[in-house]
Design a protein around this ligand. Structure first.
Ligand code: AMP
Ligand code: GLY
Length: 412
């Protein structure tokens, strides 16, 4: 099958690698990165331009488009492809608002009876102040729209919470939310608009530094499975969160076709949704797909063409997977880019998913952004997977580069 993968991160590289493992596909990535370009054809087109992407897919007989990041979804790329009759894994603009607008997501959850934290939408600083005092400390303030992982502040400092609200009120509304305490879980569901199939739970490490210190990032590492979860966890999230949400979106004539990312906190009072995303998570995808044994292309095509009903749930190995993200100096505040990455040819027993990388004319690989690459390791147990991942990171050089040393150190 000729498959076009949109995006340029480690998530997209992991998707490409999973498709390559199946064999027999012709894969094109747009725009990709240096690691993706070493494995498949890449095309330098803007993945968030609906007309450009749809024209390319039609002209090149693409059988399936897989949309990696959220920006093309929110820009309406999936709508443009569907209008032209191209199967696409990714929701249209209206359904992608489940990620693009926190206020929209809250309204859908309320209508569908999905458990989530209490929240108040504020359009002015006075409203934000009132909401902060009503919900109390610790304060949780979220930008309403897409904010590349920078829109959420959790703090006990009321002045800092207000300042964050003031900053994001310049761009739109903010949402003030009840603080939820507990373990975080990312659980992905494939949806064809009506039916869903679960993937496998993963845990993301959002903070920049060991021990969950430092600022929030896009994600510094992940592991899967989560052996500490109750046995019926996936079923419960399917029944109480994913299915009601997909049904609500369908009832509002905005069917969700693609990947519903449920960001959850397991509180003492039960499961609560903290966010939905409309696409695969990064870096969770790297560990989820490393364990997937069912061919990915069949699942994505079935979702894109409304044929998930009656399909068996995707299968996963009993091996565990971990991923550790190597980030540039200064990430997330002000990443230093342009530095050479060395030692990639010497890594053993892991796979490397490139994120922000480019090749120079002289053949060097350089970092072009904050999260540079993900090292992915599988093994029968977490100690083994950690040993592999960190041995590989020891051989990769990047001046000023940093990564967390505690990914999957305590799995409990
Ligand atoms: P988000 O961008 O919504 O994923 O939020 C980023 C991070 O902020 C989450 O991964 C949580 O660690 C934290 N967070 C978000 N909402 C809440 C909440 N209501 N209570 C506690 N922590 C939260
Ligand atoms: N790892 C968090 C996300 O993909 O949104």
């Amino acid at each position: 099958m000729r498959i076009l993968v949109l995006g340029s991160g480690a998530r997209e590289h992991a998707i490409v690698q999973a498709l390559l493992r199946e064999g027999g596909h012709e894969i094109i990535a747009a725009p990709g990165n240096a690691g993706i370009a070493a494995e498949v054809e890449t095309v330098a087109l803007n993945p968030a331009d609906p007309v450009v992407v749809a024209d390319y897919a039609v002209d090149n007989d693409v059988a399936l488009v897989v949309v990696g990041p959220e920006a093309p979804l929110v820009a309406g790329v999936a709508d443009a492809l569907r209008t032209r009759g191209i199967p696409v894994f990714g929701p249209g603009r209206a359904a992608a608002a489940i990620e693009g607008s926190k206020a929209f997501a809250k309204r859908i959850m309320e209508s569908a009876g999905v458990p989530t934290g209490a929240a108040v939408r504020a359009g002015t600083l006075a409203e934000a102040e009132e909401a902060l005092d009503a919900l109390g400390s610790p304060y949780v303030v979220k930008a309403d729209g897409l904010a590349a992982g920078k829109g959420v502040l959790v703090t006990e400092d009321r002045a800092a919470a207000l300042a964050h609200a003031a900053l994001w009120l310049q761009h739109g509304d903010v949402v003030v939310e009840e603080f939820l305490a507990g373990q975080e879980v990312s659980l992905f569901f494939l949806s064809d608009g009506t039916h869903i199939l679960p993937l496998t739970p993963a845990q993301d490490y959002k903070r920049a530094h060991d021990g969950d210190e430092g600022p929030n990032t896009g994600g510094m590492g992940a592991y899967s499975p989560l052996p500490w979860l109750p046995e019926d966890f996936v079923e419960e999230v399917a029944e109480r969160v994913a299915l009601p949400t997909v049904r609500q979106l369908a009832a509002e004539q905005t069917p969700f076709i693609g990947l519903l990312y449920c960001g959850l906190i397991v509180t003492p009072a039960g499961i609560r949704v903290i966010e939905f995303n409309a696409r695969f998570g990064d870096p969770e995808t790297q560990v989820v797909l490393a364990r997937l044994t069912t061919p990915l292309s069949g699942l994505l095509l079935a979702a894109a063409t409304g044929q998930l009903a009656g399909m068996p749930a995707p299968a996963f190995t009993d091996d565990v997977a971990i991923t550790v993200v190597l980030a540039s100096e200064g990430y997330p505040e002000a990443p230093v880019t342009g530095r050479e990455i060395t030692g990639l040819d010497a890594v053993r027993d892991v796979s490397v998913a490139h994120a922000a990388t480019a090749r120079t004319p002289a053949g060097a690989t350089v970092a072009t952004g904050g999260r540079v690459l993900s090292v992915i390791a599988t093994a029968p147990d977490f100690a083994g997977a950690r040993a592999r991942a960190y041995a590989a990171l020891g051989t990769i050089g990047l001046d000023g580069g940093h990564y967390r040393r505690d990914i999957a150190e305590r799995v409990s």
